[in-house]
Design a protein around this ligand. Sequence first.
Ligand code: SF4
Length: 201
Amino acid sequence: MKSDFDLNQQIQSTESKIVASLERIAQAFRVLLWQESKEFALSPIQVQLLIFLLFHSDEKRKVSYLANEFNMTKATISDTVKTLENKGLISKVHDLQDTRSYTIDLTTKGKEIAEKTAGFTKEIRVPIDQLHPDDKENLLLSLLNIIRHLNLSQIITVQRMCMSCRHYRTDENGAHFCQLLNQKLEVSDLRVDCPEHELKD
Ligand code: SF4
């Protein structure tokens, strides 16, 4: 089987070069996240969890949702939550109807760290900011298509992007439309993580 990392093959293939480039960028995310984690004596997953909790609503701040989001077992997420609780960075708000279920809230200290670490991608933003607007739109569409394929292949489980949403439509010219917002979506309006997203059947 051909490998995108076989240099003889890669040198002649634009597709292989794109795959290899995405792998380098994934590595950059890991390095940046690791640097940020070290500064606060946390693990990368603990930092990712704090950032996720900072920006998402109550129903997504539960162990089972987080397990799907991060492709981890509920037991692993529960352990991470327990560690963050012991560090005073999160608190559990128990459901009055079912005391085994709880929502996870950031404490003041947890919110401070989440806000500081949430900018860990700023070096990745530098070259993106410098792209021509048309190139940004092409890049966004290409990445959304890759993510959609990975989602349909069940490699990435949770998606909150337009293409997987029940409110998303396209017309015969391929124009994008959101039925919930009742508006046409330009490419730059397409969302990767939409709070109103509802999964298509
Ligand atoms: S509800 Fe959000 S994700 Fe769904 S189509 Fe509209 S903008 Fe996109």
